[in-house]
Design a protein around this ligand. Sequence first.
Ligand code: TXA
Ligand code: MG
Length: 343
Amino acid sequence: MNTIITKLDPENIDTAVIEKAAEIIGMGGLVAFPTETVYGLGADAERADVAEKIYKAKGRPSDNPLIIHIAKAEDAEKYAYTNELYYKLTNAFSPGPLTVILPKKDTVPDTVTGGLDTVAIRIPSNKIARALIERAGVAIAAPSANTSGKPSPTEASHVIEDLSGKADMIIDGGASEIGLESTVVKVDESSILLLRPGAVDVEMLRAVCENVTVSSAILEKLKAGQKAESPGMMYKHYAPDIPVYLVEGDESKVVEFFRQKLENNPKTGILCYIDSRDTVFGENVKYLDRSPIKQANVLFAYLRDYNSSTASEVYSVIPDSDGVGLAVLNRLMRAAGFQIIKV
Ligand code: TXA
Ligand code: MG
């Protein structure tokens, strides 16, 4: 397949590009587009056949359901049985990095929801994403635009690396603002179950509804035989091609561990705090800010960089889980397959 790759400035959108992209969606094609979280690989959410195409392009198991993207909260009525809490949440956080799971209507094919009777709905804020959804006139089903198991793409170059020849079009709208996927919640009338942490954090959710439960699968490996509340929780994720280990302990001991690793092999991959840059350095040492939002911005690009680096393993600090930090920690834990080294 010949993939059209087009740059588009979100602040000055060339409508001809959106027109072309919407036409591809209308014909049952695949368009990768930027969102404020990560890039998505989009297709018409009402067509059963195109979901299959998405799974194939990503190499993704077809029981892992897709998020459908709409332009405004009321558009969900066509696809799902909404409730008051859905509107409270969308009033507070949409458009933005929040996905809400609701019982689905028949307008959404089973292939899109992986056979589940619920559907995940998100209203992105990115201007290109919004223009595309509006012009397409249907909900756009879009998982992250990466090969299954790889870190989600936060720049068009990541998408091109994974999906050239597999998508009909890739829209390059620059780097993702947030860098981690949306917060995913399942809601009923009076409670919220957090399935995937994101930039809309637990405190923010609690401000809308006090009854928030954090799924145990966010920071713990599913036990053998345990059923995942969200199918995405079952899979190893976000991982570079090399092993990642999280290093737990007093900060000084962790820094000492990194120094020893580097002494043994200067090419070791290390993810440490910027404060240690004078003592921990090397070809494959990368630095995290203390701010979780800044960590979120760079994490996936860093994990991807390790693929093309000379490192054969990566050791990382364990970031604080406050606020957006929970999302950063969740992605790192999954990239590491929950492997923790205590020092
Ligand atoms: O930020 C994002 O959410 C990005 C952008 C493109 O919007 N999309 C994204 O999609 O991350 P994806 O497919 O990579 O992740 C969707 C997650 C998966 O973990 C999936 O299992 C879960 O949402 N999910 C989708 N529908 C669900 C449902 N009906 N019930 C439970 N979990 C669901
Ligand atoms: Mg994904």
